[in-house]
Ligand binder design. Structure first.
Ligand SMILES: [Zn+2]
Length: 480
């Protein structure tokens, strides 16, 4: 009998030894990946414990012995990066595409987006959906409508000019509209091109007082230095900065003031196009290096960030959408939308446009110069404008940012930690760190070696919810 008990005791010890090791209850473990934190860079052979929606422990794989009772995903040789942001999207630009956009974003590893202009109720619905269902929906930060001046550009008058903006004829209206947006809990504000300097100044004061970032295009009535000094926290598409970087900047400024009086009362969109046409390339072809230096110094001093949307320009310049291969990429779109885009693309000439190519080169060189001077960037696309495919286009933007001079790690920062900093949520999002929200991508290949490897998505973890490749592919067929 004693012998039997002894055998029993020995057997029990053997079993518990076999299972000896840590158990993380109600968790899962991403084991043995090469982790790329946007601040610390690459760490090899690491494991990450995810509990609920957070990472609760990160450790060198061989430093902890795990019990086999844990739920473990073994990913030797793969790479882990934070979920990506597209910091410039428009849900309401093509409303018939908007329903497909959340899945398109998520399936491409875009776990957060920043909507830079659209009717409040329309874009807020996407934001609220994501708050309700963070495990399967991409996070959405919204500006609500563009805040524009008396002759607003996006006035809803045609399909090419959907109602993305609020017209403000005077200061009182602007104050009322801005405060209403703030009460409605927008995440930031966006100033547009037809604002007067007085309107812009008031808007910047309101934004600052309410602790919100003010982004925008430099108003045509101002120069970029003035706008930055007044409190423009970030600039989209480098819009209108070249007008302050040319030999003739003072003359162009005067010319704009006269035209902006708009005596013949033409529409805001026509007025804006006319000014761009008259002044953009004139500026690009007559740059003054001392003025460029001065402008960039001011942007650095004021910490004015840039969302250069390089792919939007390069795609138009090099007619990337005319490449037959692009039709294959459009397969992810809903069928009707794919057909519509192909028809529109077919109407565009393949002949190169020298001015647009020169502008694209300038934009890329400007990013390079600004990067060296210490300006912060966010990766954004403007999708679905310019036939840029929601989700996929962010990866193309990363390639363009890298080709413009950002290192691969800096490029990853522009789509992870930088937008988190922009929204002041950098203590919970945008890194691979214990206590942070588990928005993560598992990649087959190393994006530090080749930035296009951000596309090699093996799995996604959103708010602690694991989705494998098959699941992500099924997201892409949902809305078809
Ligand atoms: Zn935009």
């Amino acid at each position: 009998m004693k012998k039997i008990i002894l055998i029993f005791i020995l057997l029990t010890i053997f079993i518990s030894c076999k299972n000896d090791g840590l158990i993380y209850e109600n968790s899962f473990i991403i084991e043995n990946v090469n982790l790329i934190d946007p601040i610390h860079g690459l760490k090899k052979n690491m494991s990450v414990v995810i509990n609920g929606n957070k990472m609760i422990k990160i450790y060198k794989t061989d430093s902890i012995k795990l019990s086999s009772k844990n739920k473990i995903y073994r990913f030797a040789g793969k790479y882990l990066i934070p979920g990506l942001w597209d910091s410039h999207v428009h849900f309401s630009y093509e409303r018939d595409l908007s329903k497909a956009m959340p899945n398109l974003f998520l399936a491409h590893g875009i776990t957060s987006v920043r909507d830079t202009g659209g009717e409040f109720d329309f874009v807020n619905k996407f934001k609220q959906d994501a708050i309700q269902d963070p495990k399967t929906k991409t996070r959405v930060m919204i500006a609500g409508p563009l805040i524009d001046g008396k002759f607003n550009v996006y006035d809803g008058s045609s399909k090419a000019l959907p109602l993305l903006s609020i017209k403000n004829s005077n200061l009182e209206q602007l104050e009322k509209n801005a405060l209403h947006l703030i009460e409605s809990q927008v995440d930031f504000l966006k100033a547009y091109e037809m604002l007067s300097p007085e309107q812009f100044k008031l808007l910047a004061e309101i934004a600052k007082k309410n602790n919100l970032k003010l982004t925008g295009h430099v108003p045509l009535s101002m120069n970029v230095i003035e706008a930055s000094n007044m409190g423009l926290n970030s600039i989209e598409h480098l819009r209108n900065i070249e007008l302050s970087m040319t030999n003739e900047s003072d003359k162009l400024f005067q010319e704009r003031q006269d035209i902006l009086k708009n005596k013949s009362k033409i529409k805001g969109s026509a007025l804006r196009s006319m000014l761009h046409k008259k002044q953009r390339m004139r500026s690009i072809y007559d740059l003054d290096s001392s003025k460029i230096k001065r402008v960039v110094e001011v942007l650095v001093k004021n910490d004015t960030w840039q969302i250069p949307t390089i792919r939007l320009v390069s795609s138009k310049a090099y007619k990337i959408y005319k490449d037959p291969e692009y039709t294959t990429l459009l397969e992810v779109l809903p069928l009707d939308k794919k057909k519509e885009w192909i028809q529109k693309i077919n109407l565009i000439s393949s002949a190169p446009d020298k001015e647009i190519i020169d502008y694209a080169k300038w934009a890329s060189n400007m990013v390079n110069f600004m990067q060296k001077k210490g300006i912060s960037f966010m990766a954004g696309t403007d999708t679905p404008i310019g036939f840029l495919i929601p989700g996929l286009s962010l990866h193309q933007e990363l390639e363009d940012l890298h080709n413009s001079g950002l290192s691969t790690l800096e490029t990853i920062q522009a789509a992870t930690i930088n937008p988190a900093k922009y929204f002041n949520i950098q203590d919970s999002l945008g890194r691979i760190k214990s206590g942070f929200i588990a928005d993560l991508l598992v990649l087959d290949r190393n994006p530090l070696e080749d930035i296009s490897n951000t596309k090699s998505i093996f799995a996604i973890i959103k708010d602690g919810h694991y989705m494998n490749r098959a699941h992500l592919d099924s997201l892409l067929s949902h809305y078809k």
